[in-house]
Design a protein around this ligand. Sequence first.
Ligand SMILES: NC(=O)c1ccc[n+]([C@@H]2O[C@H](COP(=O)([O-])OP(=O)(O)OC[C@H]3O[C@@H](n4cnc5c(N)ncnc54)[C@H](O)[C@@H]3O)[C@@H](O)[C@H]2O)c1
Length: 348
Amino acid sequence: MIIRVELGERSYDVVVAAGARRELAGVIARLLPEAQACCIITSKALLGEGWFDIDSGINQYIITVPDGEECKTIAVLGEVLEQLAEAKLSRRDLIVSVGGGAVTDLAGFAAATYLRGIAVIHIPTTLLAQVDAAIGGKTGINLAAGKNLAGAFHQPRAVLCDTEVTTTLSPDEVRSGLGEVAKCWLLEKRSHSEIVSAAPQDFIELAVSLKARIVSGDEHEGGARALLNYGHTLAHAIEKLALASGAPMRHGEAVAIGLRFAVQLAHALGRVDEDEILETDAVVSGFDLSFAIPGEFRSDDLVQAMSHDKKAHHDLTFVLPGRSGFEVVSGINRDVVLGVLEEFRNHE
Ligand SMILES: NC(=O)c1ccc[n+]([C@@H]2O[C@H](COP(=O)([O-])OP(=O)(O)OC[C@H]3O[C@@H](n4cnc5c(N)ncnc54)[C@H](O)[C@@H]3O)[C@@H](O)[C@H]2O)c1
């Protein structure tokens, strides 16, 4: 399946297919006929995978970066930029990222800044990167003060989501991707009863189609794109406290908890009936996700972290369902949030 992200002259296709990585050479020849070289940015851990047979059809150099979140640092970005220059990559050449969301974020940011911007094609290799991180043009790295605090919007020229490469993912990584799929399932108002009959490729297509549609209408998150943060206010708070406690939590698993909390908050605010909570329970469980908050975090600390969410403007902001659909709701009373959180934790 090919899903188009419509952004005028920066529009691009997301290919979702078994073996999509093998389309790389053809895609480069078609979209970037003047390119003579590419740098493939990936992590060492992935080079040994049986599916790592990436062939760009032009001169290719491999740049390896540390695995996972470790690669999203200013130091690694600096090393990558130096290596791009050493490889004499020109403005007509390109970067190809092969990896999870950490690699696509870093490689996308390198592409946004090297020579003031060169082309990038993403080959996302985790479910989370296929359904979310590689699409939409957000790139970035972490700073000591927090995650994703430096970055740029830089759209890829194409995204190749290959369902063959995700077969080597650990079950935990698959579950993390499913957290974002569950979010899309709920935003698209799909029933929990449809989950069992859907194939993994259907999950990717549903999530990519939704993100492509939303990004096409709101590239820089001035409006509807913020709805993709459904479940993320509590998720970011849990991830932040979990990281500080030395036991980091996977993003999608935190999102699953955040989704269930958000619907309960919406119910407490009189925005939805109890049926919505039951349906969210069924969807989250249908994707084999839990909504128990791990660790011994204090509810006060979670609320404090939620009010410092980068996407809230110094108050408590949530994406919530309501009678007229999903909306960004700001300025929610702190005691209400704390009360619902306590109640939520008692029923986990
Ligand atoms: N730019 C965006 O819009 C956006 C959206 C969501 C998340 N993100 C970012 O994405 C990152 C998380 O991405 P992630 O969940 O993909 O994690 P990740 O990139 O850290 O990868 C997780 C692990 O999976 C391994 N892995 C990757 N592909 C594999 C494969 N096919 N087989 C076996 N192992 C494989 C990696 O080596 C790594 O150890 C975060 O940094 C987050 O901020 C960005």
